[in-house]
Design a protein around this ligand. Structure first.
Ligand SMILES: *[C@@H]1O[C@H](CO)[C@@H](O)[C@H](O)[C@H]1NC(C)=O
Ligand SMILES: *[C@@H]1O[C@H](CO)[C@@H](O)[C@H](O)[C@H]1NC(C)=O
Ligand SMILES: *[C@@H]1O[C@H](CO)[C@@H](O)[C@H](O)[C@H]1NC(C)=O
Ligand SMILES: *[C@@H]1O[C@H](CO)[C@@H](O)[C@H](O)[C@H]1NC(C)=O
Ligand SMILES: *[C@@H]1O[C@H](CO)[C@@H](O)[C@H](O)[C@H]1NC(C)=O
Ligand SMILES: *[C@@H]1O[C@H](CO)[C@@H](O)[C@H](O)[C@H]1NC(C)=O
Ligand SMILES: *[C@@H]1O[C@H](CO)[C@@H](O)[C@H](O)[C@H]1NC(C)=O
Length: 445
């Protein structure tokens, strides 16, 4: 696909200009790297000075980086852009005509959206961006020449975790590149085959071109422009006012639908069908935060009137399969955990019931509750009480004062060990019945 330089610059500029209002978030930090846990943000209303438009020199003679955001840096280069993966660098060769305009410059960037988390960011490869004289390009010949700009990012970090795959890579990819209408080449650091296979449908909706594995592919790839790094708008969210075309999380949801159902053009909103048995999908976990009486819960759900399906997502289950189930469900229920990230596949108007174990109220709200509501999904937070939590049996009753249990004073490590790794639930069946009956009522059955 041919992308002319003028519209590209125009889009890039529009994009830059529209992203100057930044609301940083503040986090509680943690010290786990290979985590199967998800870390949510703690929003603060503090606002930082917005970038002024005078910063935006986007010409063929310079590299421009926006480092004002709390979550990620992003750099732009336009002109004669060439990769050199052995040195982890990307060069912008400056035209010889008017050397007085040259800005010789070097920038370094780790293209991952958790900039504030130093120990993790140290594991992300650093990319060097530099300007150089066109004369030097003689020794750096193009092996592959692309017509579309490059989008360079890291698929490492916490990408093994589904929540982080969406929150820190896929959604930021969408935010950063949707305006390019697939005319973009994804240049991936920390590329892994399993990652590509798992998210193939989504990645091929983002870009119509084959992916470049930056670490392994040592050929020189040449581009008319490059965006290095990804934008981040908040936990599983898209902020319309930060995109020039006012796209929202609903547009991302339609984008997912297009990924998994390419022939379905319609925006599907939930509506109750006549003579239809409401469908409940239980997202099941094993080992930790497990519903110990899941069988009984299924029985009760059936009695309330649901057609029940239990889904135990794992690494190998195709996302398309999960999409098919959740996008046709009326209610999805599950205990707080990365598996709930699949709520992104639900239709607006359908219902998510999050079972919130002790001690993870903030995470439950930040990771799933609030994002689900923003997506137009009905939401019930089922907070387990003491007698429903396995912690009740494990810890002395005095320590079980809910307030004390839920205080974050002991930090993330404590939260992880006690509440996330160390807790199962046994749901009170009367309460389950009540909540599901309410769900059926709310949906209009
Ligand atoms: C993360 O995982 C890799 C490979 O599985 C391992 O080599 C490394 O030590 C782990 N790092 C931490 C901090 O656990
Ligand atoms: C910028 O560089 C691109 C790609 O090398 C080139 O096609 C374009 O004409 C250049 N624009 C200007 C204003 O020099
Ligand atoms: C680039 O090469 C031209 C011709 O070979 C030479 O005149 C010019 O000085 C060189 N420029 C730089 C910056 O080395
Ligand atoms: C590296 O790239 C080569 C050629 O593109 C490919 O055959 C090979 O499988 C790649 N290796 C890895 C580890 O991805
Ligand atoms: C994942 O789930 C599928 C379907 O339930 C199952 O066949 C497969 O063995 C599971 N894989 C792993 C690694 O647990
Ligand atoms: C938990 O909830 C059940 C029913 O909702 C109630 O009977 C029980 O007293 C509650 N237990 C505690 C410790 O709050
Ligand atoms: C949760 O229940 C499962 C199955 O009974 C058990 O294997 C696991 O150890 C339990 N986990 C916790 C944290 O209690």
């Amino acid at each position: 696909m041919k992308l002319r330089q003028v519209p590209l610059l125009f889009f890039l500029l529009l994009f830059l200009a529209s992203c100057t209002l930044l609301f940083p978030t503040h986090f509680f930090t943690n010290h786990i790297y290979n985590s199967t846990f998800l870390f949510c943000s703690y929003l603060k209303s503090k606002r930082i000075a917005s970038t002024t438009r005078s910063n935006l020199h986007l010409s063929n003679t310079s590299i421009w980086c926006d480092r004002t955001d709390h979550h990620s840096d992003i750099c732009f280069m336009s002109g004669d852009v060439r990769t050199h993966s052995p040195s982890s660098s990307i060069s912008l060769y400056l035209p010889p005509s008017n050397p007085s305009n040259w800005v010789i410059k070097e920038e370094r960037i780790r293209p991952y959206t958790r900039k504030w988390e130093t120990p993790l960011m140290d594991t992300i490869d650093e990319i060097i961006l530099r300007t150089a004289s066109r004369n030097d390009s003689f020794h750096h010949k193009c092996d592959v020449t692309h017509d579309s700009p490059a989008l360079v990012f890291s698929a490492a970090g916490y990408t093994g975790n589904l929540f982080h795959s969406f929150n820190n890579v896929l959604l930021p990819l969408y935010i950063t590149s949707q305006h390019l209408n697939q005319h973009v080449v994804l240049v991936v650091c920390g590329y892994r085959n399993w990652w590509y296979r798992k998210y193939e449908e989504i990645l091929s909706q983002i870009s119509e071109h084959p992916i470049v594995d930056f670490s392994n592919d040592t050929r020189t790839h040449c581009f008319p422009a490059a965006i290095v790094g990804l934008r981040f708008h908040g936990t599983l969210s898209v902020e319309p006012r930060r995109l020039h075309d006012r796209k929202s999380i609903m547009d991302f949801q339609n984008f997912l639908r297009k990924s998994y159902e390419p022939n379905n053009k319609r925006i599907e909103v939930y509506s109750k069908k006549k003579n239809h048995t409401p469908k409940l999908v239980i997202i099941s976990r094993k080992g930790t935060r497990e519903i110990e009486n899941e069988r009984d819960v299924i029985q009760v759900s059936k009695k309330v009137g649901f057609d029940v399906e239990v889904l135990s997502p794992n690494e190998t289950m195709p996302l398309k399969h999960i999409f098919d189930k959740l996008s046709k469900s009326d209610v999805v229920m599950g205990v707080h955990g990365a598996g709930l990230t699949h709520f992104l596949f639900m239709r607006p108007g359908s219902m998510l019931i999050q079972i919130e174990p002790l001690g993870v109220a903030d995470e439950a709200w930040q990771c799933f509750g609030e994002p689900a509501l923003k997506m137009g999904i009905r939401y019930i937070n089922y907070k387990v009480n003491l007698s429903e939590s396995s912690l009740y049996k494990k810890y002395p009753i005095s320590a079980m004062d809910t307030n004390a249990m839920e205080s974050k004073k002991k930090g993330w490590k404590h939260t992880k060990e006690v509440y996330l790794e160390g807790q199962n639930v046994t749901l009170d069946l009367n309460r389950v019945k009540k909540v599901l009956t309410q769900a059926i009522g709310d949906l209009g059955f």
